[in-house]
Each structure stands twice: as structure tokens, then as C-alpha cells.
Design a protein around this ligand. Structure first.
Ligand code: AMP
Length: 419
């Protein structure tokens, strides 16, 4: 059997490249307007980075990491997400000395060892916006959410909704955690195995479980909103006010927690009508940089799954058509002309003319057919005689009209005919 691409990892073939190009252009437009600077981090990082940030008992760290074994026994992982690497770089390069807030964005592949299914791959691409700052001002939460919405709008996805919650801070979350534990303690037997285990380590994760029986139990669980400290409560209220000021559509989901440990206060996701998966999500991570060894720097960010966005664009016939400008077609006859064609193509290039060819094809008919297929308006026919006489035949492929011109006049004549 022929070798296949790894399970859950896709090739992006030429017909799909225009939509990826459009996505990257849209990212750049949004980033430029809102003053986000691009950052690229390595594809691999230390295991420790994700254990200390995303969390040891998160699905990503517990079940989904791709490990790389070095020859000397060193161990790395393919990055499963982009925020922790950005935080690592922020500390490593002392980026807190740059003017703050520091707005960064990235776009690139992430890797998670999951069971591939609709909207779930092992290699996928994420766009991320991050605002790292010395203040934890709610205006930055709103700006991050806005940047994501502007990205969707740039792709003509106008019905995206923001789903929002707050998961509190170090002060108020422990109290909520206690109430959650209290609620679940006599329901342990009804939980799935993962949740039964997580009850002891991270009960908030129970709210994120997709198992039917756990979702049922969640319906009566206490909500964070009832236990927020005054600071978190005011912060969340401001975020909502800013979203209203921006007229961004949102709904509240008191059970939204998201799967990573580093989040605090605001968490959110982007959903869209008629699609089962979420397009992206994010939140505040006020303690992440500190927990990785940096000085306390509150921050907020988002990640959007680009394959999911493309899937929605395709289902709505919103992908871009390939608009390639038709090129001139160089057609040769005989070995001498073939050899001289190489130089001729370079002359055309230097004159700023786009030219296509199929120099490996011997037959005139085959080459003209290829020119026709490519939609070329003009063919330059370079035969044995023309090669000797330093001339070329310019043929209009629509009308069949043709004229012989000296090579010296070729560029000028072609330009006139292409007008
Ligand atoms: P997360 O980093 O888990 O917060 O995910 C942010 C976004 O990345 C999700 O909303 C998805 O759009 C996308 N995403 C996460 N995991 C996958 C995956 N396995 N395959 C495709 N997209 C993914």
C-alpha cells in the first residue's frame, strides 16, 4: 500500500491554498489595525511548560501530547497550544520591558493526539491574539473578544456569537470549589471515571465533561456567579458593558469553564448557528506568567481553530475562487529552439511578462493544447527557423491570427497585444 499522511494530519493542496491565503491576510489586517505584533515560537517545547500551564490533569496534557524523544534522552512535546509558549517567550526575552500592554499574535500548527472526527484533527492550525500587560483592565478582555469577532467578519461570517462566563480568581474560586465539591460528593458514583478522579484534583473540570450523565448532573450544580468576590464581579460587569458598547452579541453560560488550568476571571467561546463545534475560545490568564517564573503580569487571549473556520466557510460556499491572471504561453519546436527558450523565458521575466510553458512536451499540438487549457491569450511560437533568424511568432489563440516579429521587438509587440 502507498504511504499515507499520518492519521488526523492533512495536506493543504493547491486548490485550498487561496482560502488559507485569505485567512492569513484577514489575520494580518485585524492584527495591524489593533496593533498586534506577530510572534513565532518553536513547534516543540519542554513537557514542563504545558504541565505547569495547561495543567497536569487537563485532557491535553494527560492524553493528547505528542512526545519527541531526543537521542540523548531529552524529551520534548509538539506544542498542543500557543499561549503557554508566548508566555514562556515573554519571560525568556524580558518582553515586559517593552511598552505595555504588549499585543502579540501568532498563527501556526498545533498538535493533539485525539480521535480524529469532524472538527477534530491531530495537526490543526490556530490563530491566537494575546494582550500581555501590567494591568488586568477589563477593557483588554473586550478588545481581545472584539479582535476575534473582526476576524470572523473579515471572512464574511457575520452570525458568530460570544458565549461568556467568569471563573473568578484566587480569592473567590476556592470558595466556589468547596461548594462544587459539596454538591458532587454524594454523586461520585454517578460520574464518569474521569470526573470521579478529577473531583479530588480539579472539580471545575467536571463542568466541562461531555459525557451525558455528567452533563445531566451539572444542571443543578452551583454557579460561580454566586460566589464572585467584589473585584471579579466588577471586572465581569465591565467586560459585559464594553461588549454592549461595541454592540457585540453575547450570551452567558454559567457553566463555561474551558479545559486549561491557566484561566482566571473571563472565559469565552465563539459559536456559530448550525455548527456543533466551537470556532474558538479564550480568556484571562492573570497567573500564568507568574506561575512560569516571570513577574506577575495579567494577560488575556484567544485561540481560533482555522480548519474549523474553513469548514464553515466551505459549507456556506464562502471560499475564494482562484483568480489567476492568464499568462503568455511559450511553445517551441525542435532541440535548438528548446535550448534557446530557456533564455527567452528569462528575457520575458525581466520585462515583467508572465509566461507559462511545457518544455518537456515535444509535440506542437500537445503544447498548444496545454496553452489552451491554461487559458492563455497569446502563444509565442519559437521554431527551428525562428531560432536561427532570431524571431518569434506571436499567435492570438482566440482568433488564430499570427505574426512574426524579431526577438528584439517581441516584448514591445506582446505588451501592445496584451492591452
Ligand atoms: P483550545 O486551544 O482548546 O482553547 O481550542 C481553541 C480552538 O482551537 C477550538 O475552539 C478549535 O477551533 C480549535 N481546536 C482545538 N482542538 C482542535 C482539534 N483537535 N482539531 C481542530 N481544531 C481544534
Amino acid at each position: 500500500m502507498a504511504v499515507q499522511s499520518p492519521k488526523g494530519m492533512r495536506d493543504i493542496l493547491p486548490p485550498d491554498q487561496p482560502i488559507w491565503e485569505k485567512i492569513r491576510k484577514t489575520i494580518k489586517n485585524v492584527a495591524d489595525f489593533y496593533n498586534f505584533f506577530r510572534i513565532d515560537t518553536p513547534i516543540a517545547e519542554s513537557v514542563d511548560l504545558f504541565v505547569r500551564s495547561v495543567g497536569e490533569d487537563s485532557d491535553v496534557v494527560e492524553k493528547q501530547m505528542f512526545y519527541l524523544e531526543g537521542r540523548t534522552g531529552s524529551r520534548l512535546v509538539l506544542r498542543p497550544e500557543g499561549t503557554a509558549p508566548v508566555a514562556r517567550a515573554y519571560i525568556q526575552y524580558g518582553l515586559s520591558h517593552l511598552s505595555q500592554p504588549l499585543k502579540l499574535y501568532y498563527e501556526g500548527p498545533m498538535f493533539r493526539h485525539e480521535q480524529p472526527q469532524a472538527g477534530r484533527l491531530r495537526e490543526f492550525h490556530q490563530l491566537g491574539f494575546e494582550i500581555l500587560s501590567s494591568e488586568n483592565d477589563p477593557v483588554y478582555d473586550a478588545q481581545i473578544i472584539l479582535a476575534g469577532m473582526r476576524f470572523f467578519e473579515g471572512l464574511k461570517l457575520k452570525d458568530v456569537t460570544i458565549v461568556l462566563n467568569t471563573i473568578g480568581c484566587r480569592t473567590c474560586r476556592p470558595n466556589y470549589r468547596r461548594h462544587l465539591l459539596d454538591y458532587y460528593k454524594d454523586k461520585k458514583k454517578e460520574l464518569c471515571a474521569d470526573c470521579a478522579r478529577r473531583l479530588a484534583t480539579n472539580p471545575l473540570r467536571l463542568l466541562d465533561c461531555k459525557e451525558e450523565k455528567c452533563r445531566e448532573l451539572k444542571k443543578e450544580a452551583p454557579i460561580m456567579a454566586d460566589y464572585l468576590c467584589s473585584q471579579c464581579s466588577a471586572h465581569f460587569k465591565s467586560v459585559l458593558e464594553y461588549l454592549e458598547e461595541l454592540q457585540l452579541p453575547y450570551t452567558l453560560d454559567h457553566y463555561l469553564v474551558r479545559g486549561f488550568d491557566y484561566y482566571s476571571k473571563t472565559v469565552f467561546e465563539y459559536t456559530i448557528e448550525g455548527v456543533d463545534f466551537v470556532l474558538g475560545g479564550g480568556g484571562r490568564y492573570d497567573y500564568l506568567i507568574e506561575s512560569l517564573g516571570g513577574k506577575a503580569s495579567p494577560a488575556v487571549g484567544l485561540a481560533i481553530g482555522l480548519e474549523r473556520v474553513i469548514e464553515v466557510l466551505k459549507s456556506r460556499q464562502l471560499t475564494v475562487k482562484v483568480k489567476t491572471k492568464p499568462k503568455l504561453y511559450l511553445v517551441y519546436i525542435g532541440a535548438l529552439a528548446k535550448k534557446k527558450s530557456l533564455r527567452l523565458i528569462e528575457d520575458l521575466r525581466e520585462a515583467g511578462l508572465d509566461v507559462a510553458e511545457s518544455l518537456g512536451k515535444e509535440s506542437l499540438k500537445g503544447q498548444l493544447r496545454a496553452a489552451d487549457k491554461a487559458g492563455s491569450p497569446l502563444a509565442l511560437i519559437f521554431g527551428q527557423k525562428e531560432a536561427f533568424e532570431e524571431s518569434v511568432i506571436i499567435r492570438d489563440l482566440k482568433t488564430g491570427a499570427q505574426e512574426t516579429v524579431p526577438l528584439k521587438k517581441m516584448v514591445e509587440s506582446v505588451k501592445r497585444k496584451m492591452k
